[in-house]
Design a protein around this ligand. Structure first.
Ligand code: HEM
Length: 401
């Protein structure tokens, strides 16, 4: 097998690497070493679209059961499991996520979007990330799980603190915050679970407590882990597509105008935002046996990272991949993964994004960033996006609702 070139700028588990949105390095990998052994992180990076897809679809050789992070241990949640356990667990949880149940939420989402815009619209300025982008998925997932609205800010802080600590480093401050966040979330979720056991409601926690498949129910720890997965899956990802998508519309006013003129195009634009931002930077797999992938010898036990932002700019699949284009079709991006773990929340995330952009384009038509410098990305190795984006607009009245 040919010698592999090494690129010292690459470190796939370093928060700083992902924090600089490393498209130059990802391109280098696609062109020079599409299955790249990264000596810095001691993991394989899988960079091409075809390989990310095929590895995702071969869980017998590239499993999830050893964890989807390369540098932390696995947890009893579905994303860290293989079939048949995974399938059973996914069935239990998916009752709450059928496309029909999601579609029925359009009106509800519109109301939440208007409430969020109401909370800032009279002031003429806000932090787009905290005040708008983070709020929508947080409220939606908090409501779905049945967590009280007073706890929203705590949920946001907890999930942020857990993900901020994933930097590949061992900063004691970040780790301490993450541990405190995990304890805080566990205590809070435990008391919600106890409450719903006593008085079930029409929420996802009650569904999770009572769901049975083949006579099985989730135990207490699994309930906590699955609700944490749904919280983080829900509130840490969609927000980056909202803020990253909005930034692209700021950069391309002519494309924004297209959406104003033809709102039916917004779902197509949302797919482009998902492709462009790819907020989940990677998921790990573990080789279950010695194997060969794209001419590289992968040993049993090796970790591989599926590099979604790289797959989504692969020129073999996307024409002019570095061009943001709200009319792009087809757009079979892999931002939601592929194969048995394909994102359970994808319909919900897509609808949240569509409704929010519909409302923003109508209600804050001259929204613009305070600075033309691109906002900084969070230096974290799993989920990353803008941490803050100050914006301004002509103040407008709150909605009648
Ligand atoms: C833009 C937003 C989102 C993105 C980019 C995203 C991305 C992903 C990806 C890449 C996976 C595949 C993991 C793997 O193959 O190892 C996944 C799985 C998952 N996502 Fe999402 N997600 C988003 C929103 C959501 C939302 C809103 C929820 C919940 C409400 C959610 C819940 C889940 C769950 C439960 C899984 C695990 C499914 C399984 O293991 O079978 N996600 N997501």
């Amino acid at each position: 097998m040919p010698e592999q070139p090494v690129n010292d700028a690459i470190n796939l588990t370093s928060g700083d690497f992902w924090g600089r949105n490393p498209h130059a390095e990802l391109r280098w990998m696609r062109e020079n070493a599409p299955v790249y052994w990264d000596p810095n992180s001691r993991t394989w990076g899988v960079a091409s679209y075809a390989d990310v897809k095929s590895v995702s679809r071969r869980p017998d050789v590239f499993c999830s059961g050893e964890g989807i992070r390369p540098d932390t241990s696995n947890l009893p949640m579905m994303i860290d499991m293989d079939d048949p356990e995974h399938k059973l667990r996914r069935k239990l949880v998916s009752a709450g996520f059928t496309p029909r149940r999601v579609a029925a939420q359009r009106e509800y989402l519109r109301r939440i979007c208007d409430e969020i815009i109401d909370s800032v619209c009279e002031s003429g300025e806000c932090d787009f990330v905290h005040d708008i982008a983070a709020q929508l998925p947080l409220i939606v997932i908090g409501d779905a799980l049945g967590f009280p609205r007073e706890e929203r800010e705590s949920l946001l802080t907890w999930s942020d603190d857990m993900l901020r600590a994933l930097t590949g480093g061992d900063d004691p401050g970040l780790l301490e915050h993450a541990t405190r966040a995990f304890t805080g979330f566990t205590e809070f979720a435990s008391s919600t679970i106890a409450d719903r056991r006593a008085c079930p409601r029409d929420d996802l926690i009650s569904v999770l407590i009572n769901a049975t498949v083949n006579g099985e129910r989730l135990d207490h720890e699994s309930l906590i882990q699955e609700s944490l997965l749904i919280l983080i899956g829900g509130d840490e990802t969609t927000r980056h597509v909202i803020s990253g998508g909005a930034w692209q519309l700021f950069l391309h006013p002519e494309q924004r105008q297209k959406l104003v003129d033809e709102p039916a195009l917004i779902p197509t634009a949302v797919e482009e935002m998902l492709r462009w931002v790819s907020p989940i930077k990677n998921m790990a797999r573990t080789a279950t046996r010695d194997t060969v992938l794209h001419d590289r010898r992968v040993a049993e036990g090796d970790k591989l990272l599926l590099l979604y932002p790289s797959a989504n700019r692969d020129p073999r699949v996307f024409a002019d991949p570095d061009v943001f284009d709200v009319t792009r079709t087809p757009n079979e991006h892999l931002a939601f993964g592929n194969g048995p773990h394909f994102c359970l929340g994808n319909s919900l995330a897509r609808l949240e994004l569509t409704v929010l952009f519909e409302r923003l384009l109508i209600r804050l038509p001259d929204l613009e960033p305070l600075s033309r410098d691109e906002p900084a990305h969070r230096p974290a190795n799993f989920v990353s996006g803008y941490e803050a984006m100050p914006v301004r607009f002509t103040p407008v009245r709150r909605s009648a609702a």
